[in-house]
Write a protein that binds this ligand. Sequence first.
Ligand SMILES: Cc1cc2nc3c(=O)[nH]c(=O)nc-3n(C[C@H](O)[C@H](O)[C@H](O)COP(=O)(O)O)c2cc1C
Length: 193
Amino acid sequence: MRRALVVHASRHGGTAGIAEKIGAVLRADGVDVTVAPAASMPDPSGFDACVIGAGVYMGSWVKEGVEYLERYAPRLAGRPVWLFSSGPLPGSSKEATDADDPYQNALGPADGPGSGGRKKIEALSALFRPREHHVFRGAYDPKDPPKAISERLVRLMPASKDILPPGDFRDWDAIAGWAHQIAAEIAEPVSVG
Ligand SMILES: Cc1cc2nc3c(=O)[nH]c(=O)nc-3n(C[C@H](O)[C@H](O)[C@H](O)COP(=O)(O)O)c2cc1C
């Protein structure tokens, strides 16, 4: 049986929920799955596939996700790896910048001001070359108290209601479809006859 590790860096649970869904779909497709938070630093050795995702805040991955990639990039090299970012909220200021480019919507521009978070993930990705980096829409509940000072400040801004549309925009069909695709890619060849 194939073994997959699904790692998530989540501040408010949205990304963790996506990771759990990916895990459930892989399991249903016959994969032995471990889902774990990046903060617990699960070792990717011995897994046939690693799926690593993080929530995006102000253009940067949640820090435990970055730390996970920094620590394990050498061990991820040569292994099938898929990354996902969970972020854009429809109609947010980020998404308004260029609706056709999911990376820009989530992590900001490739160059210039505001490109630091994206550059960081691109530099780390270059060390192990993920098969894909997918961007999924996220979720935002203003009643859930902020967990970082920067988050608190953004929420206090008068324009925050326009910048951060509240709601759960996670596209479960798209997430399940992506997970099925991963299961198909790591499936053991079926012997005929
Ligand atoms: C203060 C704040 C800043 C955010 N900045 C971004 C951003 O730069 N890019 C993006 O795609 N999403 C951004 N989001 C949306 C979050 O990424 C989204 O809510 C995501 O689902 C959070 O994942 P989590 O619940 O796992 O922490 C932001 C949300 C908040 C509250």
